[in-house]
Ligand binder design. Sequence first.
Ligand SMILES: [Zn+2]
Length: 477
Amino acid sequence: MKVFNTITRKKEKFNPINKEFVTMYVCGPTVYDLFHIGNARTFVVFDVVRRYLEYKGYKVKFIQNFTDIDDKIINKANQEGKDISQVSERYIKHYYEDADKLNIKRATLNPRATENIKEMIDLILHLIENGFAYEVNGDVYFSIKCFSEYGKLFGQDIKTLKVGSRIEVNKNKKDPLDFILWKKSKENEPGYDSVWGKGRPGWHTECGSMIYKYFDGNTIDIHGGGGDLIFPHHENEIAQIEALTGKSLANYWMHCSFLSINDEKMSKSLNNFFTTREILSKYSSNCLRFFILSSHYRNELCYSEQQIIWAEKSLERIYKCYFSILDKEKGKIENVHDKHISEILNFKDKFIEKMDDDFNTSDGMSVIFEFIRYVNSFLFEFTSSELKYCKNILVELLDILGINIKEIVERGSKIILTEEIKNIIMQRYECKKNKDFVSADSIREKLLKMNILLEDIQDGVRVVEADTNVFVETILY
Ligand SMILES: [Zn+2]
């Protein structure tokens, strides 16, 4: 199995420290708002990394933190006239609601920054004692000139980094690249007592210190996060922990590329985002996961409604194939000539080969579609044990991607789109084309009375079961 390692900039053979046990840390959300689908991409990608490792037989200790003290949380609490813990509690609750709905497996542990303040203070004290950090007026900084390997993750000579854009300008710093470990609280700002006065830890200290604590000071196998965290966040985590322990913080650094919308990165600051909750109110969790995983995690992924609808249509093909297998299974008698089994198993091997190559979900999905074409063409020939193999492999491979097919198909919509209903839908389309909107609307109302909701999309219509919001089918004109 190979993993692309950001720190060496190449694909490397994956060799965990312990042969059966993988340790993994992923930077979690700052809990001041609902997470958007760009964040969801990171969470889903690392969920699949973890699921795949577990599929391969590893036990995985997966830790993802909550940043529950931060300027954004303080601002939000001030706006609402609430305590910061009320704000963070609310968004931690919402995080779990949305992540559960998105079928993201719960982490082994989700430590919160505020529960680990003492450990962070201890870490900073150690850094000062060992000459890696210094205090100025209640703020504490890490001195990068004391850590000769600074910049190794980012992969550029640190002298070429421009101060200002990504590096905070501050006259208290000895070097512009020095970063804050402890931030003195302003008046009326929440904070914790320390030998440097009231303050709070810097974000980079949070993650570094929690990894140190929850993995007992050991090097971990995988550290993951969004690509925008490489510098300065992860670089600074490395500096603090490696300066102190003399050991690597992590052996493999994995970074997920961003989600773009209209050629821009989706982000809170650009205000061009959709929350995961918004998308999941309209589309299924399978659909959002399918869309996210259709691109390799290191490639940019562009969001558009058309892409989500494409994902929904693609899933529909998978569901239909699964349905057909179930259908054919009924009444099949056992046949001794199971000549297709090795061909069927071959698809599984091919999928695993793709996933072994740096978690290539995109190519893995192509294998699933190849498999579906294959199943559809031999459906009438398969014996009952062959059908069972097909069914189980489909469920097994999709489960690695966190796409739940069994439950969806069994729960599915009760609506069956007969030719008659399809004709009515086409009649409405004709009315719309002829600008007879009154008739088009009355057809829509008539269908709604039959529990069928139509949502117009480009070149077609999405059919949804009105009372449950369960997607039925996309009809293209
Ligand atoms: Zn982090």
